[in-house]
Design a protein around this ligand. Structure first.
Ligand SMILES: [Zn+2]
Length: 234
C-alpha cells in the first residue's frame, strides 16, 4: 500500500510503475490533444480504439500518429455496444475481427480490451468463441485495475486516480479520449505522478491479462460467459 504525502509524493513506493491506457477513441478534437500532452510529458501509453470510430474521417490518422509517437494501439471492439459475453458466437468474434481489419499494420501487439459496460469486470466480458479466437490469434486480453471514471466525473477523476494508484502495486489506469472535458486535467495528473517518482511503462501488469500472447491464464473462466453464449447459440 502506497500513500501520497501532503505534497503529493508517493510515499513508501516499492513498485513505482504505472501503465496508462486511453479507451474509446480515436476522437478528433480530443485524441490529438492527449497525444500532445503525453509527448510533452514524455509518457507512452496504449490506446484501445473502437473500430466504428476508427472508420470515421481523420480517425485513422490519429491512430497512426499515436503509433508513430511510440504508443501502442489495441482493439476495443467494433461497436462497443454489447459485451461480447452477451452476443452469439459469430457476432462476438466479428466485434474483434472487424476492428483488427481496420487496424491493419497499426497493432502488431494484438492487444484486445473487452467492453465492460461502466467498467465492470465479470463473465460478460468474453464469449467462449471470442476467448477461443483470441487464443488462436495469439492475442493478449487486457483488463484493468484502476478506473477513475473520468467520463462520469470529468473534474474529480484525477484525484480519484491518484488515490487508486496509491493503493496498487502496479496500476493499469483506464482513461478515455472522448469529448468529456476530463482530459484537461491530464497534465496535472501526469505532473503529480511524475513528481512522485512514478515510472510510466507500457508493460502490462500480469494480473490484468487473462489471455497473454495466446496463452490462457489461470482464472480466465471468470471472464467468459459460458451460459449466455451457449443459450444464444441455441
Ligand atoms: Zn470502452
Amino acid at each position: 500500500m502506497n500513500e501520497f504525502g501532503p505534497a503529493g509524493q508517493l510515499v513508501n513506493a516499492e513498485q513505482r510503475r504505472v501503465t496508462l491506457s486511453f479507451d474509446n477513441g480515436p476522437e478528433r478534437g480530443v485524441t490529438g490533444n492527449v497525444l500532445d500532452i503525453l509527448r510533452d510529458h514524455a509518457v507512452r501509453a496504449t490506446f484501445f480504439v473502437i473500430g466504428r470510430k476508427l472508420a470515421a474521417p481523420g480517425a485513422r490518422a490519429l491512430a497512426e500518429r499515436a503509433r508513430a509517437e511510440g504508443h501502442i494501439v489495441g482493439n476495443h471492439t467494433f461497436t462497443h455496444a454489447t459485451p461480447l459475453g452477451e452476443l452469439a458466437a459469430a457476432e462476438s468474434v466479428a466485434e474483434i475481427t472487424a476492428t483488427d481489419a481496420l487496424l491493419d499494420g497499426l497493432a502488431p501487439e494484438r492487444l484486445f480490451r473487452p467492453y465492460g459496460v461502466q467498467g465492470r469486470i465479470g463473465p460478460h466480458l468474453l464469449s467462449p468463441a471470442a476467448r477461443d479466437h483470441l487464443i488462436a490469434r495469439q492475442a493478449t486480453c487486457v483488463l484493468w485495475n484502476a478506473l477513475p471514471r473520468d467520463w462520469l466525473e470529468p473534474d474529480a477523476w484525477a484525484s480519484t486516480a491518484l488515490t487508486q494508484c496509491a493503493g496498487l502495486d502496479w496500476p493499469l489506469v483506464v482513461l478515455h479520449d472522448i469529448p468529456s472535458g476530463a482530459m484537461r486535467h491530464l497534465p496535472a495528473f501526469l505532473d503529480r505522478l511524475q513528481a512522485s517518482g512514478v515510472e510510466f511503462t507500457q508493460e502490462l501488469p500480469p494480473d490484468c491479462l487473462p489471455i497473454c500472447g495466446g496463452q490462457a491464464m489461470p482464472g480466465l473462466d471468470r471472464y467468459v460467459s459460458e451460459r449466455v453464449s451457449a443459450r444464444a447459440d441455441g
